[in-house]
Design a protein around this ligand. Structure first.
Ligand code: A3P
Length: 249
């Protein structure tokens, strides 16, 4: 393996540019933006300039499902802390589809894309909206390089229902003081999601943008049941691998 580059950094009067010590590696539509925004509230979390005692972070949700990513990140810095926000793969797939649909209104229906063969109920695993949610398969790739203790799995559901508790886990994992707490959040009835009371660089409360937390199109329950059946064994495997039950039944 090439040398450990973890100590390489570029310095100037505004601090140093460092390789990230922690990366939000996934998953797309899991709640990655919310997590990053909530972490920005923390005074010792910064990106991309880092002063001593601060930590550098980045978010690239496609890493978790990219075959080459674990090896490359390991080579860059084998001590990188990896955060994965996971969400019920069925809801995640619908959320992913909703995003694509918003950019391309002529998209075929969800049910058209999700099945290879509707009558046999065969799921099309080559469709990225499906593939991304097979978390156990992707995790196997990471565990070839990193110990489980290098990874933190954040529940996308709990990030919505109890953001302070989930942020407590994240801050502990990153070795940060628990400074982002209950008092930073309020539930915005109009948005239907938790929002920040005083985000960084602003004195006003702020929710995430329109593209975060948007309505999903109606999808036939029958289609969703079939997709849920498809994911069940992978979900159970994922619970086993992580030692965490995410409750996606
Ligand atoms: P939906 O828009 O489908 O509801 P990502 O940032 O990884 O793309 O994830 C987007 C998802 O984050 C949204 O999907 C939403 O459910 C979720 N989310 C979690 N916390 C949120 C918050 N506080 N405000 C808005 N969306 C939030």
């Amino acid at each position: 393996l090439p040398g450990d580059l973890s100590n390489l950094s570029v310095s100037d009067s505004f601090g140093t540019k460092e390789f990230p010590q922690a990366i939000i590696i996934g998953v797309k539509k899991g709640g990655t933006r919310a997590l990053l925004e909530f972490l920005r509230v923390h005074p010792t979390n910064l990106m991309p300039r880092t002063l001593e005692g601060q930590i550098t972070m980045e978010k690239t949700p496609s890493y978790f499902v990219t075959r080459e990513a674990p090896g490359r990140i390991f080579t860059m810095n084998r001590n990188t802390k990896l955060i994965v926000v996971v969400r019920d793969p069925v809801t995640r797939a619908v959320s992913d589809y909703t995003q694509t649909l918003s950019k391309n209104p002529g998209l075929p229906s969800f049910q058209n894309l999700v099945f290879k063969n509707y009558s046999t109920g065969l799921i099309d695993t080559s469709w990225s909206a499906v593939r991304i949610g097979i978390y156990s398969k992707h995790l196997e790739n990471w565990l070839r390089y990193f110990p489980l203790s290098s990874l933190l799995f954040v529940s996308g559901e709990r990030l919505v229902t109890d953001p302070a508790r989930e942020m407590e886990r994240v801050q502990d994992f990153l070795g940060l003081k628990r400074l982002v707490t209950n008092k930073h959040f309020y539930f915005n009835q109009t948005k239907g999601f938790p929002c920040l009371k005083k985000p960084e660089g602003s004195s006003r409360p702020r929710c995430l943008g329109k593209s975060k937390g948007r309505a999903h199109p109606h999808i036939s329950p029958d289609v969703l049941y079939k997709l849920r059946d498809f994911y069940r064994p992978f979900n159970l495997k994922f619970y086993q691998m992580t030692g965490q039950d995410f409750g996606w039944e």
